[in-house]
Design a protein around this ligand. Structure first.
Ligand code: NAP
Length: 262
């Protein structure tokens, strides 16, 4: 994983021979990440709950001539993550890249947040992501061929957003988990980073970005005055997954159009 191959700059992003596991790959950012990694040569394992969505992404990728296999699963079932990881590894021939992208948001005033909603959100965004990294990290250590783990966080892991106490906490927590894992697993050449996007137009944001006042607010600190596209985020994930980022670990890469710069 750590040798930049001969063959010029294009080889910096060459993922031929790699196997990537992408969670939340059925739509939105995860779908774009799966297509980008496959486009760079990686085989991909796709995980989310909605089997039909995974299947449709798998077919898109297969049409590019790449291997793509769906593994439908609910990642809040923590006790099943080790067997899921084992199944994916057996089927695909190991795992070199994990993109921990699955996540949800439940916007609500802090005075209204129930324990149930807090747990529902944390169980996927933080606990699910940590234990997925643990399961895949253990496998990567055993494989002894290095690896990449990329956690999908958010600008809201660093700056406050009203009605998102649990969401902000989950992303801030995952940013710091990223750094701890980077520290612990560097001796195994497993590089762990996070990508922190601003608002991207997907299913997740469709509801609140339909509100003109919220749209105005969401662009107020955005220096480029446009919302992100899933491919904007996928490009950053591709960089962190590829030989180009051989020297990068424990980093949170903002794809936020300068939102957090001022
Ligand atoms: N869109 C944005 O503005 C934005 C900004 C910053 C960060 N992010 C982060 O980027 C990631 C992707 O967001 P998105 O906008 O692409 O959202 P999305 O379109 O709603 O996609 C979320 C994906 O996660 C999967 N997922 C959710 N719960 C799951 C569970 N329990 N088990 C397995 N898979 C699960 C969903 O599939 P199923 O529902 O079928 O399981 C879906 O494939 C999230 O972590 C989000 O927090 C998004």
């Amino acid at each position: 994983m750590n040798e930049l191959k001969e063959g010029g700059v294009a080889s910096f992003f060459d993922l031929n021979g790699k196997i990537a596991l992408i969670t939340g790959a059925g739509r939105g950012i995860g779908r774009a990440v799966a297509l980008a990694l496959a486009g760079a040569g990686s085989d991909v394992a796709l995980v989310a709950r909605s089997e039909d969505q995974l299947q449709s992404v798998a077919e898109e990728i297969q049409a590019l001539g790449r291997r793509a296999i769906s593994f439908p699963a609910d990642l809040t079932q923590i006790q099943q993550q080790a067997s899921l990881t084992e199944k994916i590894s057996q089927t695909m021939g190991g795992i070199d890249i994990l993109v921990n992208n699955a996540g949800i948001n439940i916007p609500e005033d802090s005075v209204d947040v129930t324990e149930e909603n807090w747990d529902t959100l944390m169980n996927i965004n933080l606990k699910g992501a940590f234990f997925m990294a643990q399961a895949v990290g253990k496998l990567m250590i055993t494989q002894n061929r290095g690896g990449r783990i990329i956690n999908m966080t958010s600008q809201t892991g660093s700056v406050a957003l009203a009605k998102r106490a649990a969401y902000c906490a989950s992303k801030a927590g995952l940013n710091l988990v990223t750094k701890v894992l980077a520290m612990e697993w560097a001796p195994h050449e497993i590089l762990v980073n996070a990508v922190a996007p601003t608002f991207v137009e997907t299913e997740l944001t469709k509801g609140f970005l339909a509100d003109p006042d919220f749209r105005e607010y969401a662009l107020a600190k955005n220096l480029l005055k446009r919302f992100g596209k899933p491919d904007d985020v996928a490009a950053a994930v591709l960089y962190l997954a590829s030989p180009a980022a051989n020297m990068v670990t424990g980093h949170v890469l903002f794809v936020d159009a300068g939102w957090t710069a001022h």
